[in-house]
Design a protein around this ligand. Structure first.
Ligand code: GRG
Length: 295
């Protein structure tokens, strides 16, 4: 990994971790078990990909981390709620997340459902507070709400659950699932700063297309890692897609084609970045990093 990129990535991640810690220091929930289970999942140590994307995009557009940090926290809270609910027996039924017991294994299913509910509601409270900063923030927050709900991640998860056994799933259903379940949250991360700084519609559209392709690249890599990755590096159970015949790009297209597709989405990402009138070397390296990631 390029040293400059690594330093920048760590810097953005640390800026987010500090803001999240500061937020959690002044926030306490009752009863104690709710507080504990929320903190457990929020601080379990994910990649923080969405907050990093949001901070990097704000910087690229000439803004400051402080402008977007509260919304980056809100987005990571929504992401964390989705992982807690996804791990439940009624959904993906996974006992591990980020190398540790999933929320419901530690606190029980009822508390896990409530921790997810609480994270989603609290994320929206943060969003409402940010809307007080003005019209451009309202536009950014609308994007987060739309992409998290029934026009976004929830729709993708509903389709994924419905077509769970992977039978009769064609490309259009598979694309619908990946677009909504994975790419839309990534889209929020990239596009929210564009709304906040009121950038030109053409630029926003290029950023949106970059984000969608990045989302597909991220998901296909995830599917490949489910076959080729390890529990030690990923922190979650591997081999589930094949074992349970789940909808995944590898099950649908085969490994060779999945790799080809990942390359094609990577090239699309780089093409859209090339159309932006900004210095985007961090994003270019991030694309390469996601393509070759092992964790
Ligand atoms: C429960 C409404 C609802 C949605 C769940 C996030 C999700 C939707 C399902 C998890 C399964 C999955 C493969 C989702 C695709 C996106 C993805 C790979 C999420 C994991 O994100 P990472 O790798 O996680 O960024 P960390 O742990 O690094 O934060």
């Amino acid at each position: 990994m390029d040293t400059n990129f690594k330093t920048e990535l760590e810097g953005l991640k640390n800026a987010f971790e500090e803001a999240l810690s500061a937020y959690l220091e002044q926030t306490h929930f009752e009863p104690k078990i709710l507080d504990e289970s929320i903190r457990y999942s929020l601080l379990l140590g994910g990649k923080r990909l969405r907050p990093v994307l949001m901070l990097a995009c704000a910087q690229m557009l000439g803004g400051k981390a402080q402008d977007v940090l509260p919304l980056a926290i809100a987005l990571e809270m929504i992401h964390t709620y989705s992982l807690i609910h996804d791990d439940l027996p009624a959904m993906d039924n996974d006992d591990f997340r980020r190398g540790q017991p999933s929320n419901h294994k530690k606190f029980g299913e009822g508390q896990a459902i409530l921790a997810g509910d609480a994270l989603l509601s609290q994320a929206f409270s943060i969003c409402i507070e940010e809307c007080k900063k003005g019209r451009t923030y309202i536009n950014g927050v609308s994007e987060i709400c739309k992409n998290a709900g029934p026009y976004g991640m929830v729709a993708g998860q509903a389709a994924d659950l419905f077509y769970q056994d992977g039978e009769n799933v064609g490309k259009s259903v598979a694309d619908f699932i990946v677009l909504n379940k994975t790419a839309k949250m990534i889209q929020s991360a990239v596009v929210v700063p564009a709304y906040i700084y009121g950038v030109d519609e053409n630029i926003r559209s290029i950023l949106e297309q970059f984000a969608v392709n990045f989302g597909f690249l991220f998901q296909i890599t995830d599917d490949i890692l489910d076959v080729e990755g390890s529990f030690e590096k990923l922190g979650k159970t591997v081999g589930k897609d094949a074992k349970e015949n789940k909808m995944s790009c590898v099950n649908l297209y085969g490994m060779d084609k999945a790799r080809e597709l990942a390359e094609a989405y990577k090239e699309n990402c780089l093409k859209f970045l090339g159309e932006l009138p900004f210095e985007c070397s961090f994003f270019e390296s991030l694309v390469q990093y996601v393509r070759s990631r092992e964790s």
